[in-house]
Ligand binder design. Sequence first.
Ligand code: SAH
Length: 328
Amino acid sequence: MTLVLNKEDREERKKQLVQALALSDFSKVYKEADEIQRNHKQDIISIRAILEFSNYCKRQCIYCGLNCKNTKVVRYRMEPAEIIKESLKAKDAGYETIVLQSGEDLYYTAEMLGHIVKEVKKCGIVITLSCGERSFEEYAYLRSCGADRYLLKHETADPALYEYLHPCGTLEERTNCLRNLKKLGYETGSGFMIGLPNQTHETIAEDLLLLEDIGCDMAGIGPFISHPDTPLKHAENGSTEMTKRAVALARILLPNANLPATTSLGVIDNDEKNNLFSCGANVIMRKITPDTYKKYYEIYPSQLGQTDILKERRELETLISNLGKIPK
Ligand code: SAH
């Protein structure tokens, strides 16, 4: 049995996704996702560096430890010269892609970000920006400076749940940004969380279909993890099984997409994170944020080791080889 999704009829596809998410035995779907992954991505697992250059954020997302209402966070900003210097280290360690991520921090003007992008691009690395919502003109300018990809997760495709979680924005604003990025020729990444309060299988099916509607080139799907200094401190963490199911279905819907095994999944269960490479995921990210800052970029609680860019890259390469895959 394979999951043949109805290509013409979105409603029918949604029904099929909802049914699949509720299966008592998901093993055949995992197998199918793995086959599609092998056909489209061979056995390659891409390793990306991520530099978290500022934890200032003007937003109030009620699940995120960096939201501006959280006064317990020690805030930091890296200056452009330091961001450039650290990014170049990633290239030297063998990374082909770097993700530059921050809270939504308007200290960095488009000109500043553009300067950083231009300087870092000189070494030939692929740049993914992940700095939140900006205007069409700013995205266009950053693209013209050389930014290749942009990561902006839609978080949830349920408009009411979206507004409950994000007192500062709407789902429409978010998806408009994603459509703008796509229009500008960015490789566009969205994604969502599993286990948000009141999320149902229908919500997850809509999340998956929204990735398809936008034409996403990447999608980060990870479990929600409760942060003690946020309004969602008493909410339960998302399920690892449901996260794996959503990633496997994303692989079936979007055969060519880059799908990371998210860091948040590793926080709950590292073995499950590795298992995801044999049911849909083909990307892994490693923080290269300097130790002085890393502990303060606490979107959700996690155990962090010391940053050693080269050593950690080699360790990941070994891990991936040991899983029978090819690190890139
Ligand atoms: N400011 C950027 C980067 C956000 S942080 C932006 O708006 O895109 C990156 C991702 O971390 C978010 O998109 C969200 O999906 C995830 N995240 C935030 N809080 C989380 C939590 N408590 N549990 C799991 N994932 C979380």
